[in-house]
Ligand binder design. Structure first.
Ligand SMILES: *Cc1c(COP(=O)(O)O)cnc(C)c1O
Length: 226
């Protein structure tokens, strides 16, 4: 499939998933995760209509950003070491991996403008995954009020790669439940409207469960490292 065909296929699947649960497809943003592909391939995705790009490592992010610049929205979806924050934070439109106070403090200190952040939640309890335990999310977000440049726009999760559909759905429902609870506080620093969940393998389930941002790599732009 060409990128154009892959993109259309994903758009169609999102439309169908929305129809099944009575959602408006305009509520779902497609983020192309370009970590395994070249700048040229990322550019090809932009040419077929992608408006959001994501990287999960500092080096990859900086390289793509330098070449492509501000014509798209930039998402950072990987673990970010606090000491590296200053190198990229002013290029990041959305940070998807906020999961600790030390990182929030450093982001707040180094950014020149408000940073839109997703708080990452470990909804499955799997050891290898980053993110806060669900029971700690509310208190953590409440505590972020002291960092005026951090705005919590939503929650993010990753389902384990080998989980079955039933479990994946359960983790996504868990994230939505948390989002609804936090949103209902009407905290000024944490509107928490969005749900960043769903990747190549599970984005249709994620959309059925309320995802507003799906992060798609392999099925959209491929994997040139393979
Ligand atoms: C790599 C990655 C994705 C995309 O994964 P695919 O399975 O290739 O779609 C999404 N989110 C995060 C955080 C990633 O690291």
């Amino acid at each position: 499939m060409t990128i154009e065909e892959s993109y259309q296929d994903i758009v169609n699947k999102i439309d169908a998933a929305c129809q099944r649960v009575d959602r408006n497809p305009a509520e779902v943003e497609i983020i192309a995760v370009t970590k395994y592909v070249s700048v040229a391939t990322a550019q090809a995705a932009i040419n077929v209509g992608v408006k959001h790009l994501a990287e999960n490592r500092l080096e990859g992010f900086s390289k793509k950003y330098e070449e492509i610049g501000n014509e798209v929205n930039w998402h950072f979806v990987g673990t970010l070491q606090s000491r590296k924050v200053k190198e990229i934070i002013n290029q990041v439109d959305y940070l998807h991996s906020l999961d600790r106070t030390s990182l929030a403090k450093e982001v707040n200190k180094r950014t020149e403008q408000t940073v839109r952040c997703f708080v990452q939640v470990n909804t499955s309890g799997e050891d290898s995954k980053h993110g806060l335990s669900p029971e700690n999310v509310s208190e953590f977000i409440d505590s972020l009020e002291k960092f005026p440049k951090i705005q919590v726009v939503g929650l993010m999760t990753m389902a384990p790669f080998d989980a079955g559909e039933e479990d994946i759905r359960k983790y996504f429902k868990r994230l939505k439940g948390l989002r609804d609870k936090i949103k209902s506080n009407n905290w000024e620093h944490a509107p928490c409207e969005y749900l960043s969940m769903g990747m190549s393998n599970d984005f249709e389930i994620a959309v059925e469960e309320g995802a507003t941002h799906v992060r798609i790599g392999t099925s959209l732009v491929g994997n040139e490292a393979e």
